[in-house]
Design a protein around this ligand. Structure first.
Ligand SMILES: [Zn+2]
Ligand SMILES: [Zn+2]
Ligand SMILES: [Zn+2]
Length: 284
């Protein structure tokens, strides 16, 4: 079996539906569970059958069932949708032993200082492996993950994207970033065949009454402008969509515009459509 990436979650930290939210997207996902989406999470399976998760989300128990074995967890940063699932490695749930957890030095410090992670660490349930930007972690023969530092609200930890390299293809997993420029996007996409980009918000219209400067994500419309300028050879799909994002509705004007603009820029989709299709498997 070739090395494989599996899209185990494609929504923003709170998932879809978002807790107690009565917006149309959340109500539709509640009425039809096929429309529900989990918090952004990438599963990785090496050719020799080892399994890894990128991020430990609140949906960790079900996402961990999506890979044949769990041999390590890579963490992007300390926010809810990326870290909270680590608590399931503790005594009350998995009771793991020496589970390798790959994260940056600030996040390692955060874990050591805050419960419940401090106790999980002290009990030897996880084994922290510090990662360095630009230095690939060899997960298994023919499967590596290179941490890429990205700007994102850094009150608790640094934030990474990961360039995942298999024998044939390289995938970029970038769920959270405050802003993108043509220069930074070009750098992120260098050598990347398939990119999964922060698609939290479609546009400013989605958040009436909020100051755009307070919203630390590039709008999908802005990222499309940059992609149009760069015309990379990378296939692109969006992940980490907030429950408010009109792209959750495939019949929305935003969905039509996204398809039209990707076509016009000559860009292919990385997984199942412009919005990454949850459950998709990609051979690397
Ligand atoms: Zn997030
Ligand atoms: Zn909602
Ligand atoms: Zn975040």
């Amino acid at each position: 079996m070739p090395a494989t990436a599996i899209l185990l979650g494609t929504a923003q930290d709170g998932g879809l539906p978002q807790v107690r939210c009565r917006c149309a997207h959340c109500e539709r996902a509640r009425a039809d569970p096929r429309r529900a989406r989990r918090a952004a999470c990438l599963g990785l399976v090496s050719a020799d059958g080892r399994g890894f998760l990128v991020d430990a989300t609140p949906d960790f128990p079900r996402q961990a069932e999506g890979i044949p074995s769990l041999d390590g967890i890579l963490l992007t940063h300390a926010h809810l949708g990326h870290l909270a699932g680590l608590a399931f490695l503790g005594t009350e749930a998995m009771g793991a032993r020496d589970m390798p957890v790959f994260c940056g030095p600030r996040l390692a410090e955060h874990l050591a200082r805050h419960e419940p992670y401090a106790s999980i660490l002290a009990a030897g349930r996880i084994l922290l492996r510090e990662i360095t930007p630009g230095v690939p972690v060899e997960l298994a023969p023919g499967l590596s993950a290179e941490p890429v530092l990205v700007p994102h609200r850094a009150e608790w930890s640094e934030t990474f994207a990961f360039r995942i390299r298999g024998p044939r293809r390289t995938l970029l997993w970038l769920p959270d970033i405050d802003r993108l420029t043509a220069t930074s996007l070009r750098t992120f996409l260098r050598g990347v065949d398939l990119a999964f980009l922060d698609g939290t918000f479609w546009s400013a219209d989605e958040l009436p009454g909020r100051d755009i400067r307070e919203i630390p994500h590039p709008f999908v419309t802005t990222t499309l402008d940059l992609l149009d300028r760069l015309s990379p050879r990378t296939a692109v799909s969006f992940i980490h969509l907030n429950h408010t994002n009109p792209l959750w509705n495939p019949r929305s004007a935003a969905s039509a515009e996204l398809r039209r603009r990707l076509d016009a820029a000559g860009l292919a989709c990385a997984a199942g459509g412009p919005v990454a299709r949850e459950g998709r498997r990609i051979s690397l």
